[in-house]
Design a binder for this molecule. Structure first.
Ligand code: CA
Length: 222
């Protein structure tokens, strides 16, 4: 999953980026509203964390613009303001959730997970693909009841494939949702990760869940 943070307090933005990266998310940061609007419209984000008070273009304007353009990416508003009116106008403008500063990183993380879950087709906290169960709240992965240990990046790739189960996902699409724009994109890296995940979830089982679709990409399906 790829998250865009639009926040002009550099220290805060960088701490949130570091924390989310450690959780396996790909994170882009915009330090002003103009860059934020451009990135929201042009980068394939799965979620946007949007501050309201921003230089050049404020967060509320960005939110209205992207919703008007038809972008349905979940938006979590971040702000120092905590009056009822601000919350109401944010939610009215198409925000999906709201967090008032100062906040604990754990709370931000919990809300991000909840929003991504809500936005996924299943709408539940776990996805079952045959005998594989992925718990998106705890990041636990089990196959036939046996716990499987994955790195944060491996988990992120598997979760993205699970949320988009039964669909062919190209290497480009997978890397776009796993890496931020600073990453030097080499789609071979996806093959490397797929092989690692395969070794962990498919090896030793007759039914393979990760399928290579020649010339197109990969698919997670029974
Ligand atoms: Ca601000």
């Amino acid at each position: 999953m790829r998250i865009l943070i639009v926040e002009d307090e550099k220290a805060l933005a960088d701490i949130v980026k570091k924390g989310l990266t450690e959780e396996g998310y790909a994170v882009d940061v915009a330090y002003n509203g103009e860059d934020g609007l451009f990135m929201a419209e042009n980068e394939p984000s799965d979620l946007i964390v949007l501050d309201i008070m921003l230089p050049i273009v404020d967060g509320m304007t960005i939110l209205k613009r992207i919703r008007k353009a038809g972008l349905k990416t979940p938006v979590l508003m971040l702000t120092a303001k905590d009056t009822v009116m601000d919350k109401v106008s944010g939610l009215d403008s198409g925000a999906d959730d709201y967090l008032t500063k100062p906040f604990l990183f754990e709370e931000l993380l919990a809300r991000i997970r909840a929003l991504i879950r809500r936005n996924s087709e299943a709408g539940t906290s776990s996805v079952e693909i045959g005998d594989l169960i992925i718990n998106m709240a705890t990041h636990e992965v089990r196959r036939c009841g046996k716990a499987i240990l994955l790195s944060a990046r491996e988990y992120a790739l598997l979760e993205y494939m699970a949320v988009n189960r039964d669909k062919v996902l190209s290497r480009t699409l997978l890397s776009e949702h796993l890496y931020d724009s600073d990453f030097d994109l080499d789609s071979n890296i996806i093959d490397v990760f797929i092989n690692r995940i395969r070794n962990k979830i498919d090896r030793g089982f007759d039914v393979k869940l990760i399928h290579t679709v020649r010339g197109a990409g990969y698919m997670l399906t029974v």
